[in-house]
Design a protein around this ligand. Structure first.
Ligand SMILES: Cc1cc2nc3c(=O)[nH]c(=O)nc-3n(C[C@H](O)[C@H](O)[C@H](O)COP(=O)(O)O)c2cc1C
Length: 381
């Protein structure tokens, strides 16, 4: 395989996302790090992100950031509210922009997957579309030990949540962030509404797909009303769910995908981030198109692909703290760009482990890349 710079040229073509001029197609994938104190980003966060920007990554999607207290899984996760957290984020934005980078926070409400005992207020129940989330793959509904439990949201809870997302996005815009991404993947808050398994509602937020996506649609609309149309809003979605539901097919085929995605497009979403564990795998039987490929084809929107770029093993929650061997699969990833299956490519563990990954790839210095390992997660650097 050609591992020289020519093989990865497609990754380094510039791209325009709305008015944002991105220098290349590489995106740092959102990755929770857990270094915040009482929701305030750590003092190291600015240099952590600035190092990835300096290496040339086109766009940084931050770790998940809580839009409101009940959406925060635990106090080590940063908030997008509260004076101290916002001040710390301002420093992050300034450092990334000073290095010529672009950065968007990922707004992350964990819904029923909140770690109650470690959260801001353990006396409060978690909230979700219904009261339960399956915690184990071989779960049996009704067995309390196998479910994460909370309470079903009222209409008032839903209205407050939508308002808090709009407020968090407005805070991000005021701080100078370049847009926001909504985490609607991996079994968290929005995905709990999308996934029939944990949405038993009979009101306008449950039932058919239009209803199940409604809360995310209303959040996009509320953010757009608040921030104006020039502030990019993206949505990350996935078939797979945590903790280990890797074979879920919430969306069975391309027509169901179209039904799922079109409401977001109508609401004004600017980019879609199709989260998979291996970005080149076909999404549905009968076609080689990937989930990103179908997303692009159906919506025409800016589409981000993600999953195992530069690595040989896919993300697995149970192995998040272990090694992931390097693999030069970048030519395969470039083919996705060449075939128009995506516009941007997000890279997770490889960029977490090696802050200089982008420059090394660009320079064809593949053998110098620092591999992802348990130690990668221990410090924010
Ligand atoms: C330590 C760690 C934390 C993560 N946190 C988040 C997160 O906050 N939000 C999210 O959408 N995905 C999160 N992910 C998933 C990544 O964004 C990405 O989709 C996944 O790692 C697959 O990409 P990769 O194979 O390039 O690592 C996390 C992954 C890792 C390794």
């Amino acid at each position: 395989m050609n591992t020289g710079p020519a093989a990865v040229e497609a990754l380094f073509e510039p791209y325009e996302l709305q008015h944002l001029q991105l220098p290349n197609r590489l995106v740092m994938a959102p990755m929770t790090r857990g270094f915040a104190k009482q929701g305030v980003p750590s003092a190291q966060a600015a240099s952590y992100y600035a190092r990835r920007a300096a290496s040339g990554v086109g766009l940084i999607l931050t770790e998940g950031v809580a839009p409101n207290p009940i959406g925060s899984p635990e106090t080590t996760i940063p908030n997008m509210f509260g004076a101290e957290a916002l001040e710390s984020w301002a420093g992050v934005v300034e450092a990334v922009h000073a290095g010529g980078g672009k950065i968007m926070p990922q707004l992350w409400h964990t819904g029923l997957r909140r770690k109650v005992a470690k959260s801001f207020d353990p006396t409060q129940l978690s909230v979700g579309p219904s009261a339960e989330y399956p915690e184990l793959h071989d779960h049996r509904r009704g067995d309390p030990a196998r479910m994460m439990r909370g309470r079903e949201m009222t209409q008032e809870d839903i209205a407050d949540t939508i308002a808090s997302y709009a407020e968090a996005a407005a805070n991000a815009q005021r701080l100078g962030f370049d847009g926001v991404e909504l985490h609607a993947a991996h079994g968290y808050f929005f995905d709990q509404f999308f996934w029939r398994e944990c949405n038993q509602r009979t009101d306008r937020y449950g039932g058919d797909v239009r209803n199940r996506v409604r809360i995310a649609v209303e959040v996009i609309e509320a953010i757009k009303r608040r921030t104006g149309s020039d502030f990019p809003v993206g949505l990350r979605f996935s078939q797979w769910k945590l903790p280990d539901f890797y074979d879920v097919t919430m969306i069975a085929n391309e027509s169901e995908l179209a039904e799922f995605l079109e409401p977001f497009v109508t609401a004004g979403v600017d980019f879609l981030h199709a989260s998979t564990r291996r970005c080149w795998e076909p999404a549905f039987a009968g076609s080689s198109l990937t989930l990103a490929g179908w997303t692009k084809k159906i919506t025409g929107k800016t589409t981000i692909a993600v999953g195992s770029v530069g690595l040989s093993s896919p993300i697995a929650a149970s192995e998040i703290g272990t090694r992931a061997p390097l693999e030069n699969n970048l030519e395969q990833v470039c083919n996705l760009l060449a075939r128009g299956e995506c516009d941007l490519v997000a890279v997770g563990r490889a960029v977490l482990a090696d802050p200089d990954w982008t420059a090394k790839v660009r320079g064809g210095r593949f053998s110098q890349i620092i591999p992802y390992s348990a130690e990668s997660l221990q410090q924010l650097q």
